[in-house]
Design a protein around this ligand. Structure first.
Ligand code: PXP
Length: 260
């Protein structure tokens, strides 16, 4: 299974001080040396971490394919077309959110998406849609004619963290907090069953399938076993571990968990 390392959080640390260090560019050779297959970055509208110059330098200099996550806002789409990453992943974006909290509502934005996808295709950029794992969303993505879909694994990750709550990785606002253990176990199995079935359906429809959000060293195993998921994009947990182990070891450890 391929690994895309989301390096935004290196820029989060830098932006906390508004200085030059740490520079996400320095991660490129390390990510490659550690055996990951892709660099993933998110150019947010509020530029809270990755800046335009980062995106430009990373896309220009990376010897690994770059997956640029972005919203369907006009300014960002225009910039992404100029930057020409290997792939764009279209994600929802709310300024007040801490992180991308769910998949893109591809029903609400159907018309805008048609236009944006056509534009990216004109620039020969592959398109992925970050969607919640539902059959309706897979079918709509098929109608929209993209190459990739990425399933949002946030719910799986939240339920997992609640079941094994000593991990403390859940966001405090999630409603699963008060549920009994038996119910959480069922929910976890439900999420996995859904991801297995939908990734299989998606593959049969001709998609390449990725997944991501909230995946970490504890919860990634069951997702890694799903053979129809080709790639995982992981950021927070890898960068968090790298503070203690260094980036290369953090990626090597994650890669080892992805070997099926
Ligand atoms: N995939 C997509 C589309 C994302 O937007 C993100 C960041 O929210 C990730 C993967 C990585 O998530 P995390 O940082 O929780 O590993």
């Amino acid at each position: 299974m391929k690994l895309g390392v989301n390096i935004d959080h290196i820029a989060v640390l830098r932006e906390a001080r508004k200085i030059a260090d740490p520079n996400p560019m320095d991660a490129l050779s390390i990510v490659k040396r550690a055996g990951a297959e892709q660099i993933t970055i998110h150019l947010r509208e509020d530029r809270r971490h990755i800046q335009d110059s980062d995106a430009k330098n990373i896309i220009y200099h990376s010897s690994l394919p770059v997956n640029l996550e972005c919203a369907i806002a006009k300014e960002i789409v225009t910039l992404a077309c100029e930057l020409k990453p290997h792939r764009v992943t279209l994600v929802p974006e709310k300024r007040e959110e801490v992180t991308t909290e769910g998949g893109l509502d591809i029903f609400r934005y159907e018309e805008e998406l048609k236009e944006v996808i056509a534009k990216f295709h004109k620039y020969e950029i592959e398109v992925s849609l970050f969607i919640d794992p539902t059959l309706k969303a897979v079918e709509m993505a098929h109608k929209l004619g993209v190459e990739w879909i990425e399933f949002h694994t946030g719910k799986y990750a939240n339920v997992y963290a609640m079941l094994f709550s000593n991990l403390g990785n859940t966001h405090h606002s999630i409603k699963e907090l008060e549920l009994p253990r038996s119910e959480l176990k069922e929910m976890l199995e439900e999420e996995l069953t859904k991801l297995r079935a939908l990734s299989c359906d998606a593959m049969e429809l001709g998609f390449q399938v990725a997944a991501g959000h909230g995946l970490n060293y504890q919860n990634v195993g069951a997702i890694a076993e799903i053979e129809t998921i080709e790639e995982l994009n992981i950021g927070q947990s890898i960068i968090a571990r790298s503070v203690f182990t260094g980036l290369e070891d953090a990626i090597l450890e994650m890669k080892a968990l992805l070997i099926r």
